[in-house]
Design a protein around this ligand. Structure first.
Ligand code: FAD
Ligand code: NAI
Length: 475
């Protein structure tokens, strides 16, 4: 055998699994096909190349742009005319991505993971393990006893409407537009639609978001979703719910994209946009992997079926991240990667999906962990609610960002925290406290009794915990 373990895919699931396995003494090869424009390897997967990292770079840059243009006067800072240099903004985004690609290559070297650049496909299953052929500049066949499939996901297109990445965009094209579109259409008011819609609206596009479901952000707590819809609409995103897209026609070669759709009242509507992003979810990526050579078959939705420990039905083959069930989140993929590596080393790790936090990096940010109020109601669970608005938080007032609230749900009898929902400044960072608390099975009382530094946004968490016992001090 060449290696103890082959990992296919160097996204956050795969590269982290490879590093952890190497730390535990295994001989590991990690294969990834993603390339930069010049053909150089670009490990890091969707997350690093066209997902988490570049979207957050663009969210940050566009937020600065909007803030400098509109948010400085109240601080007593007068700013002259503000000019957008989109080329430079995109160059910065590329640099951030490349720093992350290079960082992963460095980590592979440091941890003695063999990185192979190219497309991987199973070629055989033998008595002692598996054979994987890697195409590319230097084709090679690798053998290992264990294989982790971490091939991630790709954007789902509307039937009959291919991505050309110029006018009909997936997340990749939407992160690389060389000109701010005057009118931008977005199909799908999910996480990508809201984040990328925010970016291009801040940079000057008139953004219309068309969502099939009648309800906005159904996975979030309903109260948070309601506040988010109010804020995003106020900012200028035109979000239309309950629509049915009937036709999408990009004009020949250049020119606008024309859409026909039925609105929530059943009326026919037309929309013409200069760029259309389709963000209606993602599909697991298993094409060309030679799964038939090892007796694996994706399920009817394209996912690889795994048990709670990420074992596929073929002993010795594991699958993690976006290619398997569960939330399509980088940190979920990472946790599964670590868990499989540790399981291979004989340890007994556990990943609890209930404490995987969700974050939407809009402004205000949205973050949650655990159960929503509507889910608790539906389950008939007796619960308490404690809420605290950022309007009553000193740090938020000093920051000049008082939108939103923290809402903490706890069990009516035991006081155990069941869910925490935040909309407001730095919700992405604040949610970590809630995730830690839930992992340690903390009660609302525990959070309420912990000394939180003043003045910090985190005091809103403590106050929400106090509020669940009707004893908030500052509201
Ligand atoms: P991926 O990151 O998709 O990596 C899979 C890798 O496998 C790729 O590099 C691919 O090239 C490689 N590969 C596939 N097949 C083969 C093959 N046959 N041979 C060789 N290599 C192969 N999640 C968050 O948690 N936070 C965020 O802020 C966030 N933002 C996002 C923003 C956008 C615009 C998008 C699209 C996604 C975002 N996500 C975010 C989701 C996150 O990117 C994914 O959940 C995560 O990347 C999944 O990791 P993975 O390792 O399973 O797969
Ligand atoms: P999504 O599942 O978040 O949202 C897709 C939306 O499109 C849904 O609201 C759905 O109802 C709607 N939709 C589906 N078909 C439609 C149609 N035909 N017409 C109109 N609307 C339609 O998926 P999205 O935004 O594509 O993102 C994919 C995944 O990537 C997310 O689920 C998330 O896991 C991950 N992601 C995470 C981020 C984060 O953690 N901050 C950021 C971006 C993506």
């Amino acid at each position: 055998m060449d290696h103890d373990l082959i990992v296919i895919g160097a996204g956050p699931g795969g590269y982290i699994a490879a590093i952890r396995a190497a730390q535990l003494g295994m001989s590991v090869a990690c294969i990834d096909e993603w390339s930069r424009a010049n053909g150089a390897p670009a490990p890091g997967g969707t997350c690093t190349n066209v997902g988490c990292i570049p979207s957050k770079a663009m969210l940050q840059s566009s937020e600065h742009y909007e803030h400098v243009g509109h948010g400085m006067a109240e601080h007593g800072i007068e700013v002259g005319s503000v000019k957008l240099d989109l080329e430079r903004m995109l160059a910065r985004k590329r640099k951030v991505v490349e720093q992350n690609n290079d960082g992963i290559l460095y980590l592979f070297k440091k941890n003695k993971v063999r990185f192979v650049h190219g497309h991987a496909a199973f070629t055989a299953r033998t008595d002692s393990g598996f054979e994987v052929a890697v195409g590319g500049a230097e084709p090679v066949t690798l053998r290992a006893r264990q294989v982790i499939i971490a091939t991630g996901s790709r954007p789902r297109a509307l039937p009959g409407v291919d991505f050309d990445e110029q006018r009909v965009l997936s997340n990749s094209g939407a992160l690389a537009l060389s000109k701010v579109p005057e009118r931008m259409g977005i199909i799908g008011a999910g996480v990508i639609g809201l984040e990328m819609g925010s970016v291009w609206r801040r940079l000057g596009a008139k953004v219309t978001v068309l969502e099939a479901l009648p309800e906005f952000l159904g996975a979030a707590d309903a109260q948070v979703a309601k506040e988010a819809l109010k804020q995003f609409t106020r900012q200028g995103l035109d979000i239309q719910l309950g629509v049915k897209i009937t036709e999408v026609k990009p004009a020949a070669r250049s020119g606008p994209v024309r859409l026909l759709y039925t609105d929530s009242k059943g009326a026919e509507q037309k929309l013409e946009v200069d760029a259309l992003m389709v963000s209606i979810g993602r599909l697991p990526h298993t094409e060309g992997l030679g799964l038939d050579k090892v007796g694996l078959k994706p399920d009817e939705r394209g996912f690889l079926a795994v048990d709670a420990d990420c074992r596929t039905e073929v002993p010795g083959i594991w699958a993690i991240g976006d290619v398997v069930r569960g939330p399509m989140l980088a940190h979920k993929a990472e946790e599964e990667g670590v868990a499989v590596a540790e399981r291979l080393a004989g340890q007994k790790p556990h990943v609890d999906f209930n404490t995987v936090p969700w974050v939407i990096y809009t402004s205000p940010e949205i973050a949650w962990v655990g159960q929503t109020e509507q889910a608790l109601k539906a389950a008939g669970r007796a619960y308490k609610v404690g809420s605290f608005p950022f309007l009553a938080n000193g740090r938020a007032r000093a920051l000049g960002d008082t939108t939103g609230f923290v809402k903490l749900l706890s069990d009516a009898a035991s006081d155990a925290i069941l869910g925490v929902h935040i909309i407001g400044p730095l919700a992405s960072e604040l949610i970590a406290e809630a995730a830690v608390a839930m992992e340690f099975k903390a009660s609302a009382e525990d959070i309420a009794r912990i000394c939180h530094a003043h003045p910090t946004l985190s005091e809103a968490m403590k106050e929400a915990a106090l509020a669940s016992d009707s004893r908030a001090l500052n509201f």
